[in-house]
Design a protein around this ligand. Structure first.
Ligand SMILES: [Zn+2]
Length: 215
């Protein structure tokens, strides 16, 4: 049993040392954005209450700069659920993390812009729709990590929409026959892990961005 446990730990360590986070384009030099979901943080109190953190981009009206903020999935006053988009992505595309709840700024912008466009909005002017992505919203380390993982099914169930990002689907173009598009979507879903499968099963609406849609 100990040997098995140490083997799992070694495999995890090996994955962590070789995993590479990616920018959305090769020439991007943006910075990593980190979030505090530690045991004493405000986010941890939301997770304890059975809620989840959501990410939203906020604009400083004074200087026009943008920041990233975590908010609770539920209204603090009346407990009502907020409308949000859950992102389903594959770590091989570089949107995972091996050293904390963090993501490249360009990847956060990609997800946020896609969430806005999913409702027909303009990503440069419209009020951002909050989104959830496991890399940021599931505690990386800490006592509530397993609690947050167990809540993932509910997170996808409660999401207004689920948006699937998969670089494999970049082969799909808008002028492709519908049957060919559906085959590519099916392949993408089949390639996902059993845990990932829950994302599609429990959500109300699932959407797939096509090339240039999320730019
Ligand atoms: Zn970048």
């Amino acid at each position: 049993m100990l040997a098995a446990a140490s083997s799992v730990a070694l495999r995890a360590k090996s994955r962590a040392s070789t995993y590479k986070v990616k920018h959305t384009s090769e020439n991007c030099e943006c910075q990593m954005v980190s979030f505090d979901l530690g045991d004493g943080s405000e986010c941890s109190s939301w997770i304890k209450a059975g809620h989840t953190p959501l990410i939203v981009r906020v604009r400083d009206t004074a200087d026009g700069s943008t920041k990233w903020k975590l908010i609770s999935s539920h209204d603090v006053l009346d407990g009502s659920l907020k409308k949000y988009v859950a992102m389903s992505h594959v770590w091989v595309d570089g949107t995972g993390s091996v050293d904390g709840n963090s993501l490249m700024r360009c990847q956060l912008n990609k997800f946020q812009n896609a969430a806005i466009r999913l409702y027909g909005g303009d990503s440069s002017t419209d009020e951002p729709v909050p989104f959830w992505v496991d890399t940021v919203c599931v505690q990386f380390n800490g006592h509530l990590k397993m609690t947050a993982i167990r809540q993932m099914e509910q997170v996808y169930r409660d999401a207004d929409k689920v948006l699937v990002f998969d670089s494999g689907l970049q082969r799909v173009t808008l002028d492709m026959p519908a049957s060919e598009c559906l085959t590519q979507v099916e392949i993408s879903l089949l390639e996902r892990t059993p845990l990932d499968d829950s994302r599609g099963c429990f959500c109300q609406i699932i959407a797939f961005p096509v090339p240039r849609w999320d730019q």
